[in-house]
Design a protein around this ligand. Structure first.
Ligand code: UDX
Length: 437
């Protein structure tokens, strides 16, 4: 008999997981406490931008295997329950807010059927899974809890879920592993590495991976600072060190740094947890990783002042990009938006363009100026900032654009534009970590 699956929490992770599990042939019910989200998903519309997901959602709804509900009773007879709710940073500290994970567990524990398996996918501080398992077993000793961290990247969510580069399962017994093997049978036939761990290790794998990625980005941004001081070029340096297979070229793109709903909050929650464990010294370096990352935003603003004037009041600045990265409409902790807001705070007249994230950006910062087109955004600008590396910005014709601006200065905050092309078109070109002469 095919397993029946529930997915609790239908945000980024949950909506993707539900649609992907359905595409593997399982009957899936997505549950959320937000009725608006459920209504939208049930009607075939994802409330955020993610390439390929909307189409998959619609075809899975049409197949009859996938449904959404705000009523927890609908999941009673599911065999596996994936918890995919958020763990944001708490308002008064660095730790993760576990209200939603425990809330989800407490909503399902009394109603799920005997023998069913609860699987956590949310990113949690190490030790959470064991606590949840204990609580679940107190309510229903015939059930079980496992941990199966998710590594999906925004912009590649469907691909990362259906073709993961590894599957990690934290279990306390063989039966839980067998059930998860059944869920991921298709990936396993494609020889996806299968890593079986205990609960704490499975939880740690996720935060360790994100800490490593954050470290890689901050490392190259630290090198960018040195290149600026010494007159070097970080893009050439990154290319050269990246050829060493032990280092690798990915995640060495210097610029305004990392943002989004994961990396910043995950490294902070990891630091907070290490303190609780009495092992804070081991993660002291993450404090520096965070500082380098935030400094990249300040360095960008310093470049603006250097190129335009110390006093930014009344200067017209065009900002290309609001999302925390391309192919996403997510503006959570977006370095691009943070820079736009800080420059506006210094008195500049800021107009922001983004192909997908304007609506979310405007909700968060309604006083910023927004433009529907690149042309409208740069019209009469004293300076253009490139802050999210969307493909459409790389395809800009700088010869055409120069006619629209008041001052032909562009600063590339993502080291993604073709410097020679812009310079040849008559622009003064600046970038983080490159000799800015
Ligand atoms: C990340 C992890 O990659 C993923 O495995 C995890 O499940 C969730 O967190 P995501 O937040 O989607 O995924 O974004 P990612 O592609 O990792 O980028 C994070 C940030 O780093 C973005 O702001 C991006 O612009 C920045 N970045 C990335 C750089 O500044 N330089 C790089 O070289 C790479």
């Amino acid at each position: 008999m095919t397993l029946k699956i529930s997915v609790i929490g239908t945000g980024y992770l949950g909506a993707t997981h539900a649609a992907c599990m359905s595409s593997l042939g399982f009957e899936v019910i997505g549950i959320d406490v937000d009725p608006a989200k459920i209504e939208s998903l049930a009607a075939g519309t994802i409330p955020f931008y993610e390439p390929g997901l909307q189409e998959l959602l619609q075809s899975e709804l049409a197949s009859g295997r996938l449904s959404f509900s705000a009523d927890f009773n609908t999941i009673k007879d599911c065999d596996v329950h994936f918890i995919c709710v958020g763990t944001p940073q708490v308002k008064d500290g660095l730790a993760a807010d576990l209200t939603y994970v425990f809330g989800a567990l407490r909503s399902i524990a009394p109603i799920i059927k005997d023998g069913s398996l609860v699987v956590g996918k949310s990113t949690v501080p190490v030790g959470t899974a064991a606590k949840m398992r204990e609580e679940l077993l107190t309510v229903n000793p015939s059930t079980d809890l496992a941990w199966n961290p998710e590594f999906l990247r925004e912009g590649f969510a469907v691909e990362d879920t259906l073709k993961p580069n590894r599957l990690v399962v934290g279990v306390t017994n063989d039966r839980a592993e067998e059930i998860l093997r059944e869920v991921y049978a298709k990936s396993l036939t494609e020889e996806t590495p299968w890593v079986v761990a205990d609960l704490p290790t499975a939880e740690l794998v996720k935060v360790a991976a994100n800490s490593f990625l954050a470290t890689k980005i901050s490392f190259i941004n630290a090198m960018a600072e040195i290149c600026e001081a010494a007159g070097g070029d970080v893009t050439v340096l990154a290319k050269a060190i990246g050829y060493d297979p032990r280092i690798g070229s990915r995640f060495l793109q210097a610029g305004i740094g990392f943002g989004g709903g994961c990396l910043p909050k995950d490294i902070r929650a990891f630091m907070a947890r290490s303190q609780e464990l009495g092992a804070q010294q081991a993660l002291e370096f993450l404090r520096e990783i965070d500082s380098i990352n935030l400094r990249a935003r300040t360095r960008m603003i310093d470049l603006v002042r250097k190129d335009l004037s110390e006093d930014l009041r009344g200067k017209k600045i065009a900002v290309l990009g609001a999302a925390f990265k391309p192919d996403s409409d997510d503006v959570r902790d977006s370095p691009a938006l943070d820079i736009a807001v800080q420059i506006q705070g210094a008195g500049a007249l800021v107009t922001v363009h983004d192909p997908k994230a304007i609506e979310n950006a405007a909700k968060r910062f309604p006083t910023l100026g927004f433009a529907e087109s690149i042309e409208e955004c740069v019209a009469g600008a004293d300076l253009v900032l490139h802050l999210t590396e969307w493909k459409i910005y790389r395809e800009i014709d700088p010869t055409a654009l120069i006619k629209l601006v008041a001052n032909a200065i562009v600063i590339d905050g993502r080291n993604a534009l073709d410097r020679d092309k812009w310079r040849n078109a008559g622009w003064k070109f600046r970038a983080l970590g490159r000799s800015n002469i």
